[in-house]
Every structure is written in C-alpha cells, then in structure tokens.
Design a protein around this ligand. Structure first.
Ligand code: ADP
Ligand code: MG
Length: 236
C-alpha cells in the first residue's frame, strides 16, 4: 500500500496537528464493526473517500476536527460512522436525550443526513430524529419522546424545542457542525452559540465546511478544543 505521505499527496490531503494518525486507505483497515462494514459494502462503496480516510482515525481518537472539503466528498459518513462508534462506547440511555447532535443549515440537508444515519446505522440499532422548521412540531416531538441516540437539527427549530424544554442536550458528547460556512451565511450564529451553551463542554466537536473564511475560523476557535485541521484540495 501507499505510505501515509504518498496517499495524502495523491489525494491532495493536508493536515495540521500533532501525532497525526495514518489515513484509512481501505475499509479493511478501519476496524469498523461488521454491521457497518456490511452496509458500506451493500452501498457499493469500494474505498473511503479522502476526507473519510483522514478524518475517521482522528475522530476515533476522540479529537476535535475541522474538516474543509467541497460538496460531494463524503463528509456525512465522515462524521456519522465515528458517531456510531462513539454511541456504542457510551451506551447512554436514549430516553435521557441524544448523545450525538448534528446541526445542519436546511431541512433538505438535515433530512438527507437522517436518511444516511438510518441506512448505515439502522442495523446497529441506532435511532435518529430530525428537527427542522416549516413543519408541525408534533411528529418531531414524538420522535424525541420515544428516545433517540442522534438528533439532526436546523438551529432555529432546535432552539424552539429547547425553549419548550422538550429535549435535553446534557448527554450530548459528540457535536457536529455540518456546513458551518452555510449556517453562518444564513445568520444562524447566535442560534448555534445558544445551542452549544446547553451542550456539556466535555465533548468531542467536529466542524465540516466547504470554505474557511474568518467568520468560520472564529467560531471554530470558540467552540472547538485544539482541533486537528484536515483540508482536501485547495483552501482559500
Ligand atoms: P458532502 O457532505 O461532502 O457533500 P455526502 O456525504 O453527501 O457529501 O456524500 C456524497 C455522496 O457520496 C453520497 O451519495 C454518499 O452516499 C456517497 N459516498 C459517501 N461515501 C462514499 C464512499 N466511500 N464511496 C463512494 N460513495 C460514497
Ligand atoms: Mg454534506
């Protein structure tokens, strides 16, 4: 196989951080549970994408990550699969609230993330509830009441439900800010900061973004602890 350096060069991966683990250049070396490997195989995936290859081993170490990679690079499973493994390790009671929280800018994206979570995590008995605006709260609240391992939410709706005290984030220990640049462009920064105040500071935080402007750097500096940075391709 390729050395870590050769793999990174070939796939335009650059990393900033200490003690960088080797990228997972194939699914065989991931050590993922067999249920997850079976789903990946059934989806017809032949190898991890570069962002997955480099983010997975870092995320599995429990470290914070900022990952900068363009749309379509496989970022969703880049954070979901380590999230599934985090869930297995914690084995929290989902009735007490989610352990994994994913913030996403839009209803459409949140729904896609939930579908991916169900497709790849369903056979591991992982439950996922999606919260977004522009739809009645009732079904979303019922999903929470059943108990849920993962919540995927748009910031506005999650804040509404937090204000109603219908969900607790006190058990969240794996927080994902997906499409962070887009969430900030849409004006969600105050909402995000309000939500994160409800999440314990002892947590793992992962931020995914397509671009790396100063507003995104600022919120990363505030919400992440000593993150490893992974870039795929050119970063502006
Ligand atoms: P991003 O969030 O970076 O825009 P997605 O996570 O939505 O990208 O992934 C884009 C598409 O690639 C999805 O259809 C997803 O199922 C697929 N995909 C994810 N991982 C792999 C892989 N390792 N090999 C092939 N396709 C993949
Ligand atoms: Mg995405």
């Amino acid at each position: 196989g390729l050395s870590a350096e050769a793999y990174r060069r070939r796939h335009e991966i650059s990393v900033i951080g200490d003690n960088m683990p080797q990228p997972f250049t194939s699914f065989e070396v991931t050590g993922f549970p067999s249920e997850i490997l079976r789903e990946v195989h059934q989806a017809g995936f032949s190898a991890p994408t570069p962002i997955q290859a480099q983010s997975w081993p870092i995320a599995l170490q429990g470290r914070d990550i900022v990952a900068i990679a363009k749309t379509g690079s496989g970022k969703t499973l880049g954070y979901l699969i380590p999230g599934f493994i985090h869930l297995k390790r914690r084995s929290n009671n989902p009735q007490m609230g989610p352990t994994v929280l994913v913030l996403s800018p839009t209803r459409e994206l949140a729904t896609q993330i939930q579908e991916e979570a169900v497709k790849f995590g369903g056979s591991s008995r992982i439950s996922c509830t999606c919260l977004y605006g522009g739809a009645p709260k009732g079904p979303q609240l019922r999903g929470l009441d059943k108990g849920t391992d993962i919540v995927v939410a748009t910031p506005g709706r999650l804040n509404d439900i937090l204000e109603m005290r219908r969900v607790s984030l006190r058990q969240v220990s794996y927080l994902v800010l997906d499409e962070a640049d887009r969430m900030l462009d849409m004006g969600f920064e105050p909402q995000i900061r309000k939500i994160v105040k409800e999440v314990p500071t002892r947590r793992q935080t992962l931020m995914f973004t397509a671009t790396w402007p100063k507003e995104v750097r600022k919120i990363a500096a505030d919400l992440l602890f000593n993150p490893v940075q992974v870039n795929i391709g050119n970063v502006d």
